[in-house]
Design a binder for this molecule. Structure first.
Ligand code: HEC
Length: 144
């Protein structure tokens, strides 16, 4: 029993200590917003912007290590892949590729990431949202 108590104490200390590891939870300025109709923008903002933009709303668990490390990691990676806040940095060709990927991802149901949805039910794409996004991406993209 003594061992268990010690182990728990050590674990507790570690959990407290890691809260002090600095985490970059920044939202850099929006450089250039993706150009889209109000309808499409609404859906993107509701379902994608927390990860794929500089307007992330950091959730409370984004402040509790070690979960916060995962959140920061996902957002950093998501922004590297696709960032709606630095849209003009993409070449015409890159944008086409992105639109095709958006279509693939949303039609396959891979985005938004599944584990994000239980805590953000408003981000779930309805059939109508899916159709709107998919049409938007198809109009601009290069097909499959
Ligand atoms: C909870 C965070 C999160 C949300 C919300 C989210 N994504 Fe992602 N997305 C990621 C991450 C992380 C990656 C990179 C790793 C991967 O592909 O799984 C990614 C990758 C992508 C890619 C692939 C880009 C590439 O280069 O392969 C596309 C396209 C994409 N997301 C579109 C969307 C769209 C559209 C939405 C909204 C309907 C959305 N995502 C919502 C986290 C997110």
């Amino acid at each position: 029993m003594k061992v268990v108590k010690w182990a728990l104490a050590v674990l507790g200390i570690i959990l407290i200590a890691i809260q002090f590891v600095p985490v970059d939870r920044s939202n850099p300025p929006v450089e250039s917003e993706v150009v889209a109709s109000v309808l499409v923008r609404d859906i993107l903002e509701r379902s994608c912007y927390d990860c794929h933009s500089h307007e992330s709303k950091w959730p409370w668990y984004g402040y509790v290590a070690p979960v916060s490390w995962l959140v920061v990691h996902d957002i950093t990676e998501a922004r590297e892949h696709l960032n709606f806040s630095t849209w003009s940095r993409y070449s015409v060709e890159e944008r086409r590729g992105i639109w095709s990927e958006i279509r693939e991802e949303v039609e396959a149901g891979s985005m938004p990431l599944w584990f994000y949805l239980p805590l953000h039910p408003q981000a779930k794409l309805s059939d109508e949202d899916l159709g709107t996004l998919s049409d938007w991406a198809e109009r601009h993209g290069q097909g499959y």
